[in-house]
Design a binder for this molecule. Sequence first.
Ligand code: HEM
Length: 140
Amino acid sequence: MYEWIKALHVMAVISWMAAMLYLPRLMVYHCKAEVGSVQSETFKIMERRLLKGICNPAMIVAWLAGVYLIYEGGWIKSGWLHGKLLLVFILSGVHGMIVRWVKDFAADKNRHSERYYRIMNEVPALLMVGIVILVIVKPF
Ligand code: HEM
């Protein structure tokens, strides 16, 4: 059972990361679209569907499966897990920021520049590098 849940966990994590990497990238282009234009309205639909259809459910499944793995695997006292959880909490915080940005764009009230979204686009990628090294290499 453990291996099956781990497979589910990795599938959910891949979907979550794909959405987390793509949403800020969409926003880089959304910034350039004039408010009220057909392009801007299309970006709104793309952002909403990606967030609600993939990003949110994938995060929930990744967390549920991950918590199961912690208990079943007896990892609760492992150093690598504590490091991973710290990074995953930050990743979940970035997820919350993305939710906020999608809502802002939906209301035509974007508060950030194209450059901001370009920089924020790198954050989930950097966190993912740390998370994968911690869980695969388990350096401590
Ligand atoms: C959402 C909260 C998360 C929790 C609670 C969690 C917890 C865990 C646990 C306990 C394992 C089992 C480790 C093992 O059996 O060796 C695992 C496996 C794994 N996790 Fe997570 N994880 C989470 C999110 C993530 C994220 C965001 C990523 C990648 C960006 C990730 C990537 C992986 C990978 C690749 C494995 C398979 C490791 C292996 O088979 O050796 N996890 N996770």
